[in-house]
Design a protein around this ligand. Sequence first.
Ligand SMILES: Cc1cc2nc3c(=O)[nH]c(=O)nc-3n(C[C@H](O)[C@H](O)[C@H](O)COP(=O)(O)OP(=O)(O)OC[C@H]3O[C@@H](n4cnc5c(N)ncnc54)[C@H](O)[C@@H]3O)c2cc1C
Length: 510
Amino acid sequence: MKREIDITLMPAEAADSSSVENAAAKKLKLSPGDITAVRIKRRSLDARRRDIKINLSLVVYAGETPPPLYVPVTFPDVSGNKSAIVVGFGPAGIFAALTLLENGIKPIVLERGKDVHSRLKDTARLSKDGILDPESNYAFGEGGAGAFSDGKLYTRSNKRGDVEKVLRLLVQHGADESILYESHPHIGSDRLPYIIERIRETILSHGGEIYFGKRVVRFSGSAEETSGVECADGSSFSGPVILAAGHSAKDIYYSLSSSGYELEAKSTAAGVRLEHRQSLIDSIQYHNEGGRGKYLPPASYSFVTQVRGRGVYSFCMCPGGVIVPAASEEGHQVVNGMSPHSRGGRWANSGMIVELRKEELEAQDPFAMLRFIESIERNSYNPGFAAPSQRLDDFIKDRTSSSFPESSYPRPLVPVRMEEILPPVIVSSLRDGFSAFDRMTRGKFIQHDALLIAPETRTSSPVRILRDSSMKQGRGLYPAGEGAGYAGGIVSAAIDGTEAALRLGGDYGY
Ligand SMILES: Cc1cc2nc3c(=O)[nH]c(=O)nc-3n(C[C@H](O)[C@H](O)[C@H](O)COP(=O)(O)OP(=O)(O)OC[C@H]3O[C@@H](n4cnc5c(N)ncnc54)[C@H](O)[C@@H]3O)c2cc1C
């Protein structure tokens, strides 16, 4: 017998498998001994009230063995097969390459950065000494921008089948099975490199090719028919191209534009990272001054409001995480956040960002929004990636902070008034947005110990590479992922890369 049921338990009960089994047996009027297996289909946390509950959707097996959790994808050997080029090995490029492989096409991956473990050393040097390698950092290198992140896998995509396939492939390569049923799954920056490495092994062991240190600089052929790519080291590769270079690869946008490809400016959002103590966020979200206790995870939040018709919202919240220097070029200041799997750190951070509409810019060329974003990054830059910072209560009262609380940001903090570096529309919208969030939390959000660190600018692409309904521009070029301007976040970039690979396979009759 197999039955699907929904139950609600206290956090301590939900953490104990025999309590879950007993609750399932009770609901089904069975004795616990009749149950052969209980599988969680969905787990979510209901923290709307003080007595926090865990909602579980279960599949209960009695007198029956459950089938495998998922069927692993089998990959053929593609050594002698037709090939396609994948530019960039972030989530979009990784899943494009896996999909090509699954469908018998040999992926030739060209990645400008280093392998993920060498990259770890470069990001550590950036954090410790403020020395940036422009080809190996938080944006560039194996795993892309997603490699050192919170690894949140939550997406608003309603393509359920595609989301599940991405998650299953991650589990097949070492991610925890819980990502298949958690309502807000995440992996963590300490586990992602290991998973990415295993995906690389799958591709290489089945005949795919992956090259690091290969920076694509030009496209062969024409905008009507792309026939391959040329790299900075003089090498070239022929074949149809999936372009998954992310949105920090500005050189790619300029290269495409100068060769006659069509691009347009895109609306985006920018602001600051905001850091609170995790214990404060726990006490707000769990309505308990005593904190989260033993059985609840470090709390996350999502705030959204409208200020004078403009969206102001939290973005990419990292419970128990750290703020990192995420620039990919000297002279630009960019911050972002990441957290380890445990989310066990002392701080909680998130982007606090303001909607920026392309129609509001004076210039309307494809690079207008990119220039606007770059001007914020340049204004915010200090040597060694010291970060412009202001306490949240000082920001509200428009005064420079005379001291800072302890922070997770690894580089020095520089006192500023955010007005000095951010455009007025961002400052005034954030100020009113924060006041709204403070009202939502009954006066707990605006704290002396909360810190703004600027700027958060790489939230989504400020440029879009146009593509037709079959996901290509001309013949032979498939712009995919966040850099193409059609996806945002790890899972949606992965789905976009997967679709581009399927389209390419269909178009070329492979
Ligand atoms: C610190 C941080 C934390 C984040 N946290 C999360 C999170 O928790 N959840 C989430 O969903 N999203 C998160 N994001 C966003 C997420 O990482 C991106 O949305 C996602 O990585 C986009 O995938 P992509 O493959 O389109 O592009 P990218 O990940 O940017 O990958 C592009 C790749 O192309 C390579 N490349 C660029 N130019 C060239 C070239 N000319 N030649 C060859 N290769 C090139 C780059 O080196 C890079 O590896 C985070 C981002 C950062 C920076």
